[in-house]
Structures are given as C-alpha cells and as structure tokens.
Design a protein around this ligand. Structure first.
Ligand code: HEM
Length: 488
C-alpha cells in the first residue's frame, strides 16, 4: 500500500516537474510524452535526418525533452554565429553530460568551463604556437609522417586496402611529436592499442545518445549503454599518458623544453612557486587526452571522406592531378602552395562541408538565463549548435547535397567569397576548434602529397562504397577499400 502511494507521489512529482518545465518560454518542441518527453521519437544514430525534419516543422530553434532534461537545438549559420560568437560571453561553457562529467571531469580544454577552461586553452594555444602551429617546423613534421604513410602504401603495390589504420597511425604521430616529443613505429603494439581504444570510443558513443546526456548510465549493468566500455578505455588511455608524463618528469630539464608535456611541467613549477596549484598532473593528463581524442580521429575521418569523394567524382581527381603537376611537379609540397592550388583548396573546403564530420556540434550552455529569438535559454541548458544545418544551408550553398568544389571558386578561379566565409566545420566563437590551423595544414599536405604520387581507384567501378556514413561522436564513412596506384 505504502509502495503504491510512493509510486503515485513520484509519478505526480515527475509529471509536475515535467509540466513546469514546459510552462516557461522554451523554444517549441515536438509533442512530449509525460516522464519520457521525446524519447523514442528518433534514434540517436539517425539524429541528423530527424533534426532536419523537426526543423522544417518547428523552426530553426526548437527544444527536445529527453526524460526530464531539456536540449535546445539551434539551426542555421546565423543563429549559431549569433549565439556562439556574438554572445560568446554567455555561451562558452559546457553543460552537464558525458564530456564535462565523464571524459574530462571538468579538466583539460575540451570539457572544462569558466576560468579553468580559459587558463588551459590559453596556455595550450600559446605552447602549440611556440611548437609550430602554423609554422614551418610543423610542416616538416607533417611531411615526415606523410612520407612514412606513402612508404606503407607503396608496400601494398596497388592492392585494394582499407587505409584507416595506417592513416590513423600517421596522423596521430603528428600529435605525438607535438605532445610527447616522439613518434611511434607503425608496428608499436602499445601505440596501436591506444589508437584502437580511442577509435572504439568514437564508434560506440553517438553525439545525442542517452549516455552523452546522462553519463551516470554507465553504471547500468550489462554495459547496455556502452558506458563501461568507454570507462575502461579511458582508464587505459590515461594510464598510458601518465606513464609518459612520469618519464618526462624523470628527465625534466627546464632549459631544454622539447614538447607540450615539458612546457606544462615548467609552467607547473613556476605556478607552484607563485602559490597557484591549477596546473595539476590531472589537468595535464586530460589535456593530452583531449589532443588525441579531438586531434587524430577528426583529421583521419575527413581524409577518408576525401578519398571516397574522389572515387565517386573521377573528374575532380583528374583536375587535381593536373593542377598539382602544373604547379608543384615533383617538388616537395608546402603550405605556401595553398594559394597557388585554388582547386585543391576548394576541394578541401567541399570535403569539410559534405563530410560534415561534427554534424551536431559539441554541446554548449549559457552561464546565465538568456533570451534569444523570443525564447528562454535557461542557465546550464544543453544547447546543440547543429553544424550540419550551416554546412547544408540552401541559402548559402546552392544545391547543398551536391559535391561541387567549384562552388568555392570565383570567376577567376580563385578560392574566396561569401560561401568560404560562412563555412563553420570547426564551429565558431571562443570555443572554435583549437586545432583548426593544424587540421587545415594536415588536410592540404596529405592530399597534395598523396595525389602527387598516386591515383586513387575504386575496387569495382560498378559498386562504389556508400556515401552514407555512421554517426558516432563524429560522422564517419563506413569501412571501405580502395586502390592506390602509382602515377609514374
Ligand atoms: C578536420 C579536423 C577537425 C574538425 C572538423 C574539428 C572540429 C571541431 C569542432 C566542431 C569543435 C567544437 C567547437 C565547439 O565547442 O563549438 C572542436 C573542438 C576542439 N578541437 Fe577540433 N576539429 C578538427 C581537428 C582538430 C585537431 C587536429 C586538433 C588538435 C589538437 C583539435 C583540437 C580541438 C580541441 C582541443 C577542441 C576543444 C576546444 C574548446 O573546447 O575550447 N581539433 N573541433
């Protein structure tokens, strides 16, 4: 009897909380079912399409109720720009959820907020600039890794291969050089394990899944929400990083700062002398984890999309080969060539647009109640800036579903114009991707160097791999094979 009464009271309380949430001036939402809200009305892995449909019905800004939690969905370049950039003083925190409470526990760069985020982001950017973000030495490091990859590809002698693993090793080694001051061999078992663990996290977690919104679900038995897999993987990744930090500490010499970890340890010493303890070992572990999680899979996925678009559009590959032959010939590709290869620049932009690898953006939240567009954004509410809506916006990109690098070229064949300015694959505002410069350098140099030497061919021209991807943390192509054939 008491149990039944308790159940009724809990039901009434939850219904009251649910309805009181709806009385405020929140953006419109699809009809909600008491207690569960909009759960069951779309599958997290199909959120891109579901959100496009909701947008048509409820407008650019709408809200969803996932159990008792409100999520505000913001569509369209201008709204995203207004909130994240113009009102960046309000919208630069991370809300409660997997990123803040599980992956980073409020530390590092990716999942932290407030003064801690500002301090770590500023420090990271300064150090990365010092170690060559946007500079020549980084260009050389990237080219070393591209050469290594080309040697591996060469060994397959034109057979069909899935490039994902060697490409991941190659790209992750660039982060290793910056952060650890060393690179790993293609056969290094421990390094391959680290990359496998990261990759698995990206596959099993979907941007809008229950686990992302409610990280406590990781405690549910039988690993239904894959939270225990993610936890296990994170623990192993972090112990790998701790071991490297310990080795750095053993050989630390403040007059010989070689990499990001050294720079952090130096700052830690300086801060401790001034009585500031914010540069802790845990901050360092999470920041390094952030660089790996945000900085390798993203570039690899974008390059994998690029190869797919090339085999689906052979005329584009022919044009790229021609421009590379004319402008670079057999010289070593350099960032300086970017301006002289406008078609390649336009191709990279179109890959970023159509690859659409962070379609749901990363969650932000306002640090106070805020009114925008006639709606209330309550303090701390999860806000998803849907980058997909900006990259596929028909008001900016004519025929947005078509892969067409030419859209970024002006009448003189130069890569510029409003469409280029409105591209936000790296998001916008104060939290804009910290690795944007590095990623743009990597994409350009890998693609130019690969196409300079090789032609990418499908295994079967009558049965091309699908352009429909899988939505994990990023939107990634499904596994596929291609042939890399020597051009001369
Ligand atoms: C094509 C490759 C990449 C794409 C499309 C991409 C995209 C993004 C996006 C959309 C965000 C979320 C920004 C926001 O919160 O609004 C982000 C954040 C971030 N990215 Fe990237 N990224 C790429 C490569 C990289 C690389 C190479 C690094 C290397 C370090 C990196 C490091 C980060 C970090 C640390 C953040 C968190 C920034 C913050 O919260 O303040 N990313 N990226």
């Amino acid at each position: 009897m008491i149990a039944a009464l308790l159940c009724v009271l809990i039901f009434l309380f939850l219904t009251w909380r649910f309805l009181s949430g709806r009385r405020t001036n929140l953006p419109p939402s699809p009809p909600c079912v008491p207690l569960i809200g909009n759960v069951g009305q779309f599958a997290p892995e199909d959120s891109i399409v579901a959100f496009r449909k909701f947008r048509q019905k409820y407008g650019d800004i709408f809200s969803l109720k996932i159990f008792h939690k409100t999520v505000i969905i913001v569509n369209g370049h201008d709204h995203i720009y207004n909130l994240l950039l113009k009102h960046g003083d309000v919208f630069s925190d991370r809300p409660a959820g997997i990123l803040r409470d599980f992956f980073s526990k409020g530390k590092g760069v990716l999942g932290s907020s407030g003064s801690s985020w500002k301090e770590q982001r500023t420090f990271s950017l300064n150090v990365l600039r010092k170690f060559g973000f946007g500079k020549r030495c980084l260009e050389n490091q990237i080219m070393d890794e591209v050469r290594g990859l080309l040697e591996v590809i060469e060994k397959f002698g034109g057979q069909a291969i899935d490039i994902e693993e060697p490409l991941t090793i190659s790209v992750a080694n660039i982060i290793c050089s910056i952060v650890f001051g060393k690179r790993f061999d293609y056969n290094d078992v421990k390094f391959k394990r680290l990359l496998f663990l990261l990759n698995e996290i990206f596959h099993v977690t979907t941007g809008s899944s229950f686990l992302v919104l409610f990280p406590t679900l990781r405690h549910v038995p039988f690993d239904i929400f894959k939270g225990q897999t993610v936890q296990r993987n994170l623990d192993e990744i972090q112990s790998f990083i701790r071991e490297i930090i310990d080795n750095h500490r053993l050989c630390f010499d403040k007059n010989n700062i070689n990499d990001f970890i050294d720079a952090f340890l130096l700052e830690q010493q300086n801060q401790e002398m001034e009585g500031n303890a914010s540069f802790t070992d845990e901050q360092l572990v999470v920041t390094v984890q952030d660089f790996f999680s945000a900085g390798s899979e993203t570039t690899v996925t974008t390059l994998r999309w690029a190869f797919l678009f090339l085999i689906h559009n052979p005329y584009i590959q022919t044009k790229l080969h021609k421009q590379i032959d004319e402008i670079i010939g057999e010289a070593i590709p350099q960032i300086e060539h970017r301006e002289k290869l406008p078609y390649m620049e336009a191709f990279v932009l179109e890959v970023l647009r159509m690859g659409n690898i962070v379609p749901l953006g990363l969650a932000h939240c306002p640090n106070r109640d805020f009114e925008y567009g006639g709606y209330l954004f309550p303090k701390g509410v999860t806000v998803l800036p849907i980058l997909d809506s900006a990259l596929q916006d028909p008001n900016i990109f004519n025929n947005p579903q078509k892969f067409q690098p030419e859209r970024f070229l002006d009448g003189e064949g130069k890569c510029k114009g409003t469409q280029k300015d409105k591209m936000i694959p790296f998001s916008t505002g104060r939290r804009v991707c910290l690795g944007e410069n590095l990623a743009r350098m990597e994409l350009f140099l890998y693609l130019v160097a690969i196409l300079q030497k090789l032609e990418i061919q499908p295994v079967d021209t009558s049965d091309l791999p699908s352009l429909k991807g899988h939505l994990g943390i990023t939107y990634m192509p499904k596994p596929y094979k291609v042939k890399f054939i020597r051009r001369y």
